[in-house]
Design a binder for this molecule. Sequence first.
Ligand SMILES: NC(=O)c1ccc[n+]([C@@H]2O[C@H](COP(=O)([O-])OP(=O)(O)OC[C@H]3O[C@@H](n4cnc5c(N)ncnc54)[C@H](O)[C@@H]3O)[C@@H](O)[C@H]2O)c1
Ligand SMILES: [Zn+2]
Length: 361
Amino acid sequence: METIKVNLGQRSYPVYIGEDLARVGKVATDFHLGKKVLLVSDDQVDELYGEKVRASLQEAGFCVSLAKVPPGEIHKSLSQTIKLYESCVESKLDRDSTIIGLGGGVIGDLAGFVASTYLRGVDFVLLPTTLLAQVDSSVGGKVGVDLPQGKNLVGSFYQPRFVYADLTVLKTLNWQQVKEGLAEVVKYGMIKDAEFFGWVEKNLERIKALDLEAIDFAVRRSVEIKAKVVEADERELKGKRQILNFGHTIGHAVEASSGYRSYTHGEAVALGMIGAAIIAERMGYFPSPMVERLKGLLEAIGLPTCIEGVDEEKIREALQLDKKVRKDRLHFVLPRKIGEVFLTAEVSPDLIKKTLQDLTK
Ligand SMILES: NC(=O)c1ccc[n+]([C@@H]2O[C@H](COP(=O)([O-])OP(=O)(O)OC[C@H]3O[C@@H](n4cnc5c(N)ncnc54)[C@H](O)[C@@H]3O)[C@@H](O)[C@H]2O)c1
Ligand SMILES: [Zn+2]
C-alpha cells in the first residue's frame, strides 16, 4: 500500500493507494474514529463492494449503518442531502461518528457535504471507486451538491480524515467511465509534468487494459500533482488552484450549452483543453506541434477533438453566463508548454469566437 500525504496543517490527511478494500476496517482503526459509522454509497457500487467494506469495518469493531443513494449526477441534490440527514438521525450519529463515502465523485461530493454540515461537521472518509474519483474528486476537499440552476452551486471545503483508493475496483468500470478519469490524467500532465504526459503517451495500451502497475502509477502521479496544487492554495484564493481548471472553462460551457446531454464531463474537458491550446497557440504562447501532440493523445484515448452538434454561439452564451455568475472577467488557463500553464484574463472575445468556430467545424 502506498501513501501520499496531502499537507494542509491540521487538516492534513493521507491518500492510500492499495489493492484491497477489505483492509479499510484495519486502516480506519488507526485513526481513532468513533464506533458509529454511516456508509453512504449508490445502489450500483453497494451491490459490488458494499458488503466487503461493511464486513471489514464490522470486523474492526465499527457499528455500521448503510444509506443508499440512486446512482447518477441528478441525485447529487439537496433532496438526497435531506434524506441523508434523516439517515444520520436514524442511525443516531453523534459528534464522534464518521460518514464514509463509497463510490464515484457523486457519492464523494454528496457524502462529504453531509459530513461537513451534520452536527456542524463529523469525520469523513472517502473510498473512491471510479478513476475520476481516485485521481481527482477525492483529493482537495471540495464537497457539495448541484442546484437545478447549475452544478456544484452549494458546498464547502471539507477535508477527509483519509482516502483509500482500491485500484482493483476499477475493473468493473466500463470504458466510458475510465475515459472520464483519463481526461483529468492528461490534464495533470499538461499543467505540471511533461514527463508524466510522455509516460501516458507511451503506456496508453497498458492503461487501457487497466494493467495494475500502469494504473497505479497513473493514479499516484495524478494524486501527487493535485495534492501539491491544493497545498499551495486550499481554498482557491491565491490564483494557484485555478490551474486545475485547465480545459474546464470551455469544457463547462460545452456541457452546459448542450444541456449536459451531448458530451460527458471528460469529453467536454478534452475539447476545452484543445480549445485552450489553440487559443494559446494563436496568442503566440504555445507551439503548434504541441497542439497536435495533445490532440493525438486525446484521440488515442478515444476522447473527442472537435465539437459536433452544439452551436458555437450557444457555447459563447454559456461562457458569458459563467462570467456573470462569478462577477468577474473570463479567465482562461493556457499552456505555455506541455507541463506548464498560466492563468490569464486577457483572451479577446474575437479569439474565443474564432477558436470555437474552428472547433465546431
Ligand atoms: N470534489 C471535487 O473536487 C470534484 C472533482 C471532479 C469531479 N467532481 C464531481 O464528480 C462527479 C462525477 O464523478 P464520477 O465520474 O465518479 O461519476 P459517478 O459518481 O456518477 O459514478 C459514475 C457511475 O459509475 C458507477 N460506479 C462507480 N464505481 C464503480 C465501479 N468500481 N464499478 C462499476 N461501476 C461503478 C456509479 O454507480 C455511477 O453510476 C461529478 O458530480 C463532479 O462534479 C468533484
Ligand atoms: Zn473535471
